[in-house]
Write a protein that binds this ligand. Structure first.
Ligand code: SAH
Ligand code: SF4
Length: 419
């Protein structure tokens, strides 16, 4: 991210979204403005989620013009297409300023992934008749992914590029704006952020937004931008870190860096196998970092009150779903404040795995629970529109040839949206 104001750069617009308060303070100083103007701009970008400079009425119009003529735009990513699942999940194709696209998913009643981790979101998951509406946004961190897990559709894209902090946080602001979510009282201000005077979305009940960084890409291979996005989302947008979970395929040095962050989401590690042999056959990255190294690194994270580490485990029929595997998982996680999220593998075209039998899933879960390990089966969300775990592959992108098998009826029904 660029931090120095450069008045000469007139032709390539620079996004304000993604800039921190110190970045904005430098920018304002370059325009001979006082620091409070930077604070106002920061609030407008993140708290109020204003999408065009013209709408930032708290800044005088000549200042807005100077910012624009210095080459800056807000740069909120655009939702260019959407598909809605029968279960209410919505999958968006989100376009960046350079035309690259990623997918972002909106899950109106959460994704079940928070159960048992001790967080506020977990208690809400378990509440039978919640007095509020809660939603989870699944956010992408890279265009494609370099990790090449054999069971994952995103892996087929390869890696195109990292997203910037603004593009990661911008997916959230774009989706919140689309649903008119008001986080006004999330930090106890009691004030409306978007001028409606209420703290509500949809049917008027309060909004609780959870974020899972589990979309396209490996967040820990884009660590600096990802963590900067987290800070902007916490300090700017106003979503508490206790409502955020990042999933990693296991990048050991990044897990160790993560352990010493002051502001950080909860961690989910994609374990996916109970020994290195099986894991290497489905996740080649295991050649670089063995399971024991990853678990050791996870153990260095100082867990906060009511924080559990999640181990995700994609069940692949006949590969990693046998009782012996469940027993090996228990041995690996012995003594950790951990829980396991079992994910039944979601099929994708051209991926030669099979789903585990319902009996294998039930028995795997039973073995873990019987040994005292909290274990949940993640509800698949939006499978019919290719929005479930591991199914994000920019299936709406016209820059690629559209495989008819990937285009769902729901998608065709909703079609192209204007940005
Ligand atoms: N790259 C990160 C986060 C995105 S993937 C990671 O791998 O952790 C989010 C989760 O989806 C991971 O736990 C991954 O193992 C799982 N996943 C990938 N492909 C899947 C598929 N086809 N079916 C079910 N889960 C899948
Ligand atoms: Fe990348 Fe995660 Fe898919 Fe593996 S599972 S290829 S790390 S997105």
């Amino acid at each position: 991210m660029e931090t120095n104001f450069n008045p000469a750069r007139l032709n390539a617009p620079e996004s304000l979204l993604g800039m921190s308060l110190p970045d904005l303070t430098t920018l304002m100083a370059g325009l001979a403005q006082k620091p409070y103007r930077a604070r106002q701009l920061f609030e407008a970008l993140y708290r109020q989620r204003i999408a065009t400079l013209d709408e930032i009425s708290v800044l005088p119009s000549d200042l807005r013009r100077s910012i624009a003529s210095a080459g800056y735009i807000i740069g909120t990513p655009q939702i260019v297409q959407a598909a809605r699942s029968i279960d209410g999940t919505e999958r968006y194709l989100v376009q960046m300023a350079d035309g690259e696209t990623v997918e972002t998913v909106w899950m109106p009643d959460g994704d079940g992934g928070e159960r048992g981790d001790g967080s506020p979101a977990a208690f809400e998951e378990e509440e039978s008749t919640p007095s509020f509406r809660r939603s989870t946004i699944c956010v992408s961190s890279q265009v494609g992914c370099a990790v090449n897990c054999h069971f994952c559709l995103t892996a087929r894209l390869g890696i195109r590029r990292n997203l910037t902090a603004g593009e990661i946080a911008g997916q959230v602001t774009a989706v919140l704006n689309r649903h008119n979510v008001n986080l006004g009282s999330a930090r106890g201000t009691g004030k409306s952020a978007r001028g409606t005077g209420t703290t509500a979305h949809r049917n008027g009940s309060p909004a609780r937004i959870n974020l899972v960084f589990m979309g396209m890409g490996e967040p820990f291979l884009n660590y600096a931008a990802f963590m900067e996005a987290v800070r902007l989302l916490v300090e700017g947008v106003g979503i508490p870190e206790s409502r955020m979970t990042v999933s990693t395929s296991g990048i050991e040095p990044a897990i160790r860096a993560f352990a010493s962050e002051t502001i950080r989401p909860k961690l989910a590690l994609s374990l996916n196998a109970s020994n290195d042999l099986v894991r290497e056959s489905i996740m080649p990255i295991t050649r670089k970092w063995k399971i024991a190294q990853l678990v050791e690194a996870v153990r260095t994270i100082p867990l906060r009150t009511r924080e559990w580490v999640t181990f995700e485990y994609v069940l692949l029929g006949g590969i990693n779903d046998q009782p012996v595997h469940a027993r090996e998982v228990l041995a690996l996680l012995n003594g950790m404040r951990a829980k396991v999220n079992l994910i039944v593998w979601n099929p994708g075209p051209g991926i030669a795995y099979t789903q585990p039998s319902p009996e294998a899933v039930a028995s795997f879960q039973k073995t873990l629970i019987a040994a005292g390990m909290p274990t949940y089966i993640r509800r698949p969300r939006g499978r019919d529109i290719y929005a479930a775990c591991g199914q994000l592959k920019r299936t709406l992108d016209h820059s690629q040839s559209l495989a008819p098998s990937l285009v769902s009826p729901a998608l065709i029904a909703i079609g192209t949206l204007s940005a």
